[in-house]
Design a protein around this ligand. Structure first.
Ligand code: GRF
Length: 190
């Protein structure tokens, strides 16, 4: 499978996809990594690996991802023969132009047991709600925020002395196993 990864941050999930490919547990190639932030470490991880990187043109908007930009991205990814688009810490909402170009072929990873706690800092929301269990979800992307059909989930305990950081770290460890597994699942590799 030919993958494109979009991220706004550190890219540890993107790294887990690279690592799964290297370990032979994911039969895929990352053909492009894109970010909306030129200093995002996800771009550095890709450069180190020799994967092409690109800064996303978001029309100068801080949070929006305009339709024209999404249409241009869809055309670019189609041109590269991309089969699956993986959102990994990407902080803008994907809309019709991209969704329609890749039906059931855009995934996102979210640090909660969806449908609980969509949105930002989901691990913190779980901690503050007094949950005994937290986790992560890979889901198909639809037009909502963290609302698409669930592909796979992993659970972790919330421990009595957890801080937001310690809980997030425990969830991220599971994310790094879950994302490659979810890609295998949707691409029919298992
Ligand atoms: C992850 O916790 C993911 O669930 C959320 O954003 C974070 C991205 O982390 N959507 P990274 O950039 O992959 O390290």
């Amino acid at each position: 499978a030919r993958l494109a990864v979009l991220g706004s941050g550190s890219g540890s999930n993107c790294q887990s996809i690279f690592d799964a490919i290297d370990q032979g547990t994911l039969d895929a190639e990352v053909v492009l990594v894109l970010s909306d932030h030129e200093n995002a470490y996800i771009l550095e991880r890709a450069r180190k690996r020799g994967v092409p990187v690109e800064l996303l043109d978001c029309g100068g908007f801080k949070n929006r991802f305009p339709d024209e930009s999404q249409a241009a991205l869809a055309a670019k990814l189609k041109g590269l023969g991309v089969d699956l688009v993986c959102l990994a810490g990407f902080m803008r909402l994907v809309k019709a132009p991209l969704l329609e170009a890749f039906p059931r072929r855009i995934l996102n990873i979210h640090p909660s047991l969806l449908p609980a706690f969509p949105g930002v800092e989901a691990w913190k929301q779980a901690l503050e709600a007094g949950e005994k269990e937290a986790g992560c979800t890979v889901h198909y992307v639809d037009a909502g925020m963290d609302t698409g059909e669930i592909v796979l989930q992993a659970r972790v305990p919330v421990l009595p002395d957890d801080s937001p950081e310690s809980l997030h770290a425990r969830i991220q460890e599971q994310e790094h196993v879950l994302y490659p597994a979810a890609i295998r699942k949707v691409m029919g590799m298992e």
